[in-house]
Design a protein around this ligand. Structure first.
Ligand SMILES: Cc1cc2nc3c(=O)[nH]c(=O)nc-3n(C[C@H](O)[C@H](O)[C@H](O)COP(=O)(O)O)c2cc1C
Length: 168
């Protein structure tokens, strides 16, 4: 099972990266960080300003910030766990860039988020619109801390289901 799962995260401040790394360690998955071509500065992340880069991007559903290096080959993975911080109730637009950059047909996607308090809300359902209908899209979960017990509770059963389905 373990070689077929990828944990891919975008993290501007490090929290989602920490949780993603813990998920990757606990379930022995590969790990990939979605890095923006243009890194987000503190000013870019200022949610108090309508003019900050993050506000402008989140107000524009067609914004697709570029990924620094997009040579990732996902063909060998059955399951991709995708982690992101909640921005204005949604996933940062770069997650849509990522979803549109690869062919996820027939694969299973499990979204997770970190946040300042909001749940995953409709962020995962909005992302679901970016992939082809034959993607197996699992309900997303919020995991705010790299705590093994929480991670096993939130993701253990869905990953077990995957391994049962593919007969590993
Ligand atoms: C632009 C921006 C918008 C945010 N919007 C929300 C929000 O709507 N709800 C929430 O609970 N947290 C919100 N947050 C907080 C982040 O989701 C939270 O701090 C997250 O864990 C950051 O993850 P990271 O360190 O991996 O970037 C926002 C943060 C930023 C920078």
């Amino acid at each position: 099972m373990t070689n077929h799962i990828l944990t891919a995260v975008f993290s501007a401040g490090g929290s989602t990266r920490k949780v993603g790394k813990a998920i990757s360690d606990i379930f022995c998955t590969d790990f990939y960080e979605i890095l923006p071509r243009e890194p987000y500065t503190a000013a870019d992340l200022n949610w108090l300003s309508k003019k900050s880069r993050s506000s402008v991007e989140m107000n524009d559903p067609s914004a697709r910030p570029e990924i620094a290096e997009n040579t990732l080959d996902i063909s060998s993975y059955d399951t991709i766990i995708i982690g992101y911080p909640i921005w204005w109730g949604l996933a940062p637009r770069i997650i849509e860039t990522f979803l549109e950059s690869h062919d996820f047909s027939g694969k299973r996607i499990i979204p997770f988020c970190t946040s300042g308090g909001s749940g995953i809300g409709r962020s995962d359902m909005e992302l679901h619109k970016n992939v082809s209908p034959d993607v197996i899209w699992e309900k997303g979960v919020q995991i705010n801390r790299p705590n093994e017990k929480t991670i096993r509770k939130q993701l253990g059963s869905v990953l077990q289901q995957q391994s049962d389905n593919i007969g590993h």
